[in-house]
Design a protein around this ligand. Structure first.
Ligand code: 13P
Length: 251
């Protein structure tokens, strides 16, 4: 059966020292709690090894927020999937809407990164989601369908089994405007159905689909109560251990 997951995307926040302190605080907070979900933190690249070290011995897993589609070589400023693995991280967030909109990542780029990540043993958390205009003009299913198909459906079923999908409606990210539980459930069920059509219902039932976008302790329970919502990808509320714990314990 699929996993419930709560993952914190720290984005470009926290110095190394602040990040390590947050990771330790989270580890301590979790030591007395039986989490009913997998817990992941995604700090900036340069924090990965130190954060992986800080959470050692706890249930917390570590993710990068991006990686290169290349293996190695003259790609100044890039970080390869093998480098991410060498820090102790086991996941990588790919295709986040901020990467798509600010750094021009297309579905084709995300596809190449997915292949590189899986080829190096990383589990990709692939983000999809429509912008406000696409929500308002009713194009949101088409947009998300294209994102899922064009970045993931070239994989065989075994490789697809490594993938976590995060539905993050762009209009809900950092805006305080959360999708309603009904909107989230509707899109998650739609995505799971796409997977079932392509890979069969067993693969679909085993795929974790997370919701992201202004998820916080006060709305996590209502969102996670939906049958196709398997957890959250959390931005702002993952930057304080108490808030993040409030979301983890919503399961
Ligand atoms: P917020 O939780 O800050 O809206 O961000 C969501 C997100 O983009 C996680 O990847």
């Amino acid at each position: 059966m699929r996993k419930n997951i709560v993952a914190g995307n720290w984005k470009m926040n926290k110095t190394l020292q602040e990040g390590v302190a947050l990771a330790k605080e989270l580890k301590d907070a979790l030591s007395g709690v039986k989490a009913n979900c997998e817990v992941i933190v995604a700090p900036p690249f340069i924090h990965l090894a130190s954060v992986a070290d800080a959470v050692k011995g706890s249930v917390v897993k570590v993710a990068a927020q991006n990686c290169s589609d290349k293996e190695s070589g003259a790609y100044t400023g890039e970080v390869s999937p093998a480098m991410v693995v060498s820090t102790g991280a086991s996941y990588v967030i790919l295709g986040h809407s901020e990467r798509r909109s600010y750094y021009g990542e297309t579905n084709a780029v995300v596809k190449a990164k997915v292949d590189a990540a899986i080829g190096n043993g990383l589990n990709p958390i692939v983000c999809v989601g429509e912008v406000l205009e696409e929500r308002e003009n009713g194009k949101f299913f088409d947009v998300v369908s294209a994102q899922v198909k064009e970045s993931l459906f070239h994989l065989d079923a075994s490789a697809f089994g490594k993938v976590v999908i995060a539905y993050e409606p762009v209009w809900a990210i950092g805006t305080g405007k959360t999708a309603t539980a009904e909107q989230a459930q509707e899109m998650h069920a739609f995505i799971r159905n796409l997977i079932a059509e392509k890979y069969g219902s067993e693969v679909a039932e085993n795929t974790s689909i997370l919701y992201g976008g202004s998820c916080k302790p006060s709305n996590a329970k209502e969102l996670f109560a939906n049958k196709d919502v398997d957890g959250g990808l959390i931005g702002g509320a993952s930057l304080k251990a108490a808030d993040f714990m409030g979301i983890i314990t919503a399961f």
